[in-house]
Design a protein around this ligand. Structure first.
Ligand code: SF4
Length: 317
């Protein structure tokens, strides 16, 4: 699996000051699961070291300027960003990690400076390369390295990356309607954890009551699936999914076992135990009673367990 990445996050010395922004989690952990394709738009058009650049607002318009002599480099950075993004083909990447706060790579809250001395700066800018990337690939999972320090954002991003990859692999196999039903069935609880409405709508697309052609169905499904996995899951939705899953074996277990499981579910909802503790119990009963439907649910195994994304209570809120 390949992730696009801002080069400096890998330790490449391409920052304006000749330094890098090596990120430990990316380099030490994510590199075990992903290949990286690195991009540094600035290095392609300027030497390193070079004057720092920044977003500057003047008469309502945001431009990119060098901080030493206020040279306008908007066109240069915009052109190289467009060119780089054009080189990325559909499905080549399953996600992108951008360097935060950069006027080129920052995904959000990049500082915009006023052009007048007494003006107020605002943290509402978007880096030019990040903007081009989002426009060209609106559903590509994109995050910044700083935000990945938050267990909730990290879990949501990586779940999205694996689901994104899985959808494109599925579509590449020229699926028929039965394949789509099977794919959708395996994602039911993961989708439910994201959005009840999307769960219903995707179910309606797959049911195809209007007898639409397969290509239309697949396109509608693709778009809504990608929109859905881009949403952040909530602890309440996840709790509801767990209750549904519990329903599969509640009639065949003892009262003590039921009380035990329900207490663990409540503890998850209150943020006392991490999701992985509940998933372990679910797996135990799924295997004990050989519940095939649950065994195929991606929600139970959405990514390699070694990532340990569900081991922190902070990963759900
Ligand atoms: S933030 Fe982007 S443009 Fe700046 S050094 Fe890193 S990769 Fe290059």
């Amino acid at each position: 699996m390949k992730l696009g990445i801002s080069s400096c996050l890998l330790g490449t010395t391409c920052r304006y000051d000749g330094g890098h922004s090596r990120d430990k989690f990316i380099v030490n952990e994510l590199s075990n699961y992903f290949d990286f394709e690195a991009f540094c738009p600035e290095r392609l058009v300027f030497p390193t070291p070079r004057p720092a650049i920044r977003l500057v607002k003047s008469d309502g318009e945001v431009t990119i300027r060098t901080s030493n002599d206020n040279e306008d480099v908007t066109d240069t950075i915009t052109e190289i960003s467009k060119e780089l993004v054009k080189k990325i083909e559909d499905n080549q990447l399953c996600g992108f990690i951008l360097k935060s706060k950069s006027p080129t790579c920052g995904m959000e809250r990049v500082k915009i400076y006023p052009d007048k001395k007494n003006g107020q700066s605002e943290n509402v800018g978007v880096g030019v390369f990040a903007k081009e990337l989002k426009e060209r690939f609106p559903y590509l999972p994109i995050e910044e390295e700083g935000r990945l320090g938050d267990p909730w954002l990290r879990e949501n991003f990586l779940m999205q990356v694996f689901a994104y990859k899985s959808l494109f692999e599925f579509l590449e196999k020229n699926p028929n309607i039965n394949d789509l039903v099977e794919f959708h069935t395996s994602y039911k609880y993961l989708i439910y954890a994201k959005s009840h409405n999307a769960y219903k709508e995707l179910g309606n697309i797959v049911a195809n009551r209007d007898k639409k052609p397969l290509e239309t169905i697949l396109e509608e499904y693709r778009e809504l699936f990608l929109k859905t996995i881009a949403q952040k899951g909530t602890i309440n939705n996840t709790y509801n999914v767990l209750l549904h899953i519990y329903g599969y074996f509640k009639k065949v277990i003892s009262k003590e076992e039921k009380d035990d499981i329900l207490e663990t579910l409540e503890d998850f909802k209150k943020g006392i135990v991490p999701l992985i503790a509940v998933i372990k119990i679910i797996k135990l009963y799924t295997n004990k009673f050989d519940i095939e439907y649950l065994k195929t649910q991606v929600f139970i195994n959405p990514y390699p367990k070694d990532l340990a994304l569900r081991s922190k209570v902070e990963a759900y809120r």
